[in-house]
Design a protein around this ligand. Structure first.
Ligand code: ADP
Ligand code: MG
Length: 259
């Protein structure tokens, strides 16, 4: 018997709903991601992809449904079978396990690359400075930037800055990595180096949810593709099916535009 059915998923989102004013932006999103899997989230602008990622780590409170990461309900505490809302301080602790990489890298401009990566572990996790710097250097090596450890972000290309941002997220030892169009702000010639780092992460069994318009990446790296429109999932499946033979008209229209 396979043990696949016994292991709890790393992420389980059930019926996630979110409204801004009168607009329902997420209309009941379900998503399950097993440990070590890569899910690519596709869909037109305004579909709710960013909002959904922000709901996963509770940067947005949700109006319905639940999000569980590694068996813990995000934003809540489970006690005697009931869910109690957590204070923000506690939510922040849960959020440490979820790395997030945005379109804009938001590095600290006045800190070196190494300091950017080592800062979180020292300040938030209480790791000793020497250990954090050693680990940061190893992470920079992983993203091919150990030789720029003493540079300042402004001295790096956009692609290099994004690789530092990924290293900085990894320094927090996340269980799950969320990427929100990590290459959309980059010049075309810099996209490849960032995707290469993400590909390597996937190969090392990091669990990842990636919002992207890079169909080549989705085709080659995703275990599952999820296509969202108007706050709902309209189609999901392996990339070989969803990208090559989409069942839904909206998926076909979208792919015709981005491919
Ligand atoms: P996507 O990432 O797929 O482009 P978003 O999640 O950014 O979509 O946005 C989904 C919808 O929610 C859009 O109509 C957007 O205008 C709206 N929206 C997003 N954030 C807010 C907010 N903070 N306040 C009001 N409306 C928002
Ligand atoms: Mg978005």
């Amino acid at each position: 018997m396979s043990d696949a059915g016994l292991e709890q998923p790393l992420l389980r989102a059930v019926g996630v709903r979110k409204r801004f004013g009168d607009t329902e932006v997420l209309r009941g999103i379900d998503l399950t991601v097993s440990k070590g899997k890569v899910v690519c989230l596709l869909g037109p602008s305004g579909a709710g992809k960013s909002t959904f990622l922000r709901c996963i780590n509770h940067l947005e409170t949700i109006d319905g449904g639940q999000v569980w990461v590694d068996g813990e309900p995000i934003g809540f505490r489970l006690r005697h079978g009931k869910l109690y809302e957590l204070p923000e301080r506690e939510v922040a602790k849960q959020r440490r396990h979820i790395g997030m990489v945005f379109q804009r890298f938001n590095l600290f401009a006045h800190r070196t690359v190494l300091e950017n990566v080592a800062e979180g572990p020292v300040r938030v996790l209480g790791v000793a400075t020497g250990d954090a710097r050693r680990e940061a250097l190893a992470l920079l090596d992983r993203v091919g930037l150990a030789h720029r450890a003493d540079a300042y972000p402004g001295q790096l290309s956009g692609g290099q800055q994004q690789r530092v941002a990924i290293a900085r997220s990894l320094a927090m030892r996340p269980k799950l990595m969320l990427f929100d169009e990590p290459t959309s702000a980059l010049d075309p010639e810099l996209v490849g180096e960032v995707l290469e780092v993400m590909r390597a992460l996937a190969a090392e069994d990091m669990t990842m949810i990636v919002v992207t318009h890079e169909m080549g990446f989705a085709r080659e790296v995703a275990d599952e593709v999820v296509f969202m429109v108007d706050g709902a999932v309209v189609e999901t499946g392996p990339p070989s099916q969803v990208l090559a033979a989409p069942r839904h008209e909206r998926t076909r229209q979208f792919l015709a535009r981005v491919l």
